[in-house]
Design a protein around this ligand. Structure first.
Ligand SMILES: Nc1ccn([C@H]2C[C@H](O)[C@@H](COP(=O)(O)OP(=O)(O)OP(=O)(O)O)O2)c(=O)n1
Length: 279
């Protein structure tokens, strides 16, 4: 298996239409640079409205000339928050010859930001279509990408066996047609709130604030009630008509038994009566 060199990409890459549209300045050493295309999908995070979140259509950027250097401007943006998955569609359509295969990867810049390629690393012989990268933001910050941004790399490798079947058809090649957009069934599989560490941390922060406020209010109310109760109990002048107890009837005199010397005398001990004699 031999990997195509940059030189070969610039010649056979064009004649065999490996990538469409093809630009010579996209050859990066022995790889071809692919860009972010018209669609992206990012999984919703805590608090997002699931009905609203869907595939994003990214506007095409314009080419502007800055002192003779062509720069892209105004491409539609996609933001991937930390801890979220995304599908990213390539701008280019890839056509792998039947006797070759492709290898794909993210460029280093998005990787340094924490982006991980989840969806695999190969393109089958005979595959034709746009590529869909499934990625995960494992970094600490939200990652912003614009349509037209150089995000992916493609290498082509020759296969050793170039045989054909008896009926003339090529063997072991991908015959099904690839994607032109991000299919809805892919989106439906992952369209649910994804509780990333960041979103859970925000939620804990929010709950902590609410508990702190509730505790402060409860403490203030308890203090006010305590002060009011103490004030009412200790200050005799503080009475309301509602709580004042009026004593209308005089308290009846209670007869208190008088102490007499006889009543003070010790009670006599009772003695048993003498037993009658036996005769
Ligand atoms: N990030 C990627 C990786 C691969 N592919 C394309 C190129 C592959 O040739 C094709 C099929 O990939 P796999 O063989 O890994 O996938 P499956 O076997 O699941 O799909 P199929 O049933 O089409 O063979 O998908 C893609 O669009 N995006």
């Amino acid at each position: 298996m031999t990997f195509w060199s940059g030189q070969r990409l610039s010649t056979d890459g064009v004649t065999q239409q490996i990538v469409d549209p093809f630009q010579q300045d996209r050859i990066d050493c022995s790889a071809y640079t692919l860009t972010l295309g018209a669609e992206a999908y990012v999984t919703p995070h805590f608090g997002d409205n699931l009905r609203e979140g869907g595939k994003q259509q990214l506007a095409k950027p314009e080419l502007v000339d800055i002192r003779g250097v062509q720069r892209t401007q105004g491409g539609g943006q996609v933001v991937i928050p930390p801890g979220q998955f995304a599908f990213l569609l390539t701008e280019e359509t890839v056509s792998i010859p039947p006797d070759a295969m492709g290898f794909i990867s993210l460029k280093s810049k998005p990787k340094f930001g924490g982006l991980i390629n989840v969806s695999g690393f190969h393109v089958d012989p005979g595959f034709k279509g746009k590529l869909i990268f499934s990625v995960f933001n494992a970094g600490p910050t939200a990652l912003h990408f614009a349509r037209g941004e150089h995000l992916f790399l493609l290498w082509i490798a020759d296969l050793s066996f170039k045989g054909v079947k008896a009926d003339g058809r090529k063997q072991h090649i991908k015959t099904s047609v690839g994607y032109a957009e991000i299919p809805n069934d892919l989106v439906n599989q992952i369209k649910r709130e994804n509780h990333s560490l960041q979103s859970l941390s925000l939620r804990v922060e929010k709950l902590t604030t609410q508990v702190n406020i509730a505790t402060a209010v409860a403490t203030a109310l308890a203090t006010i009630l305590g002060i009011f109760a103490a004030y009412a109990a200790l200050w005799p002048g503080v009475k309301t008509d509602k709580y004042e107890v009026r004593i209308e009837q005089p308290i009846p005199a209670i007869a208190v038994p008088q102490h007499t010397p006889s009543s003070d005398a010790q009670p006599k001990l009772r003695t048993n009566p003498p037993k009658p004699s036996g005769n």
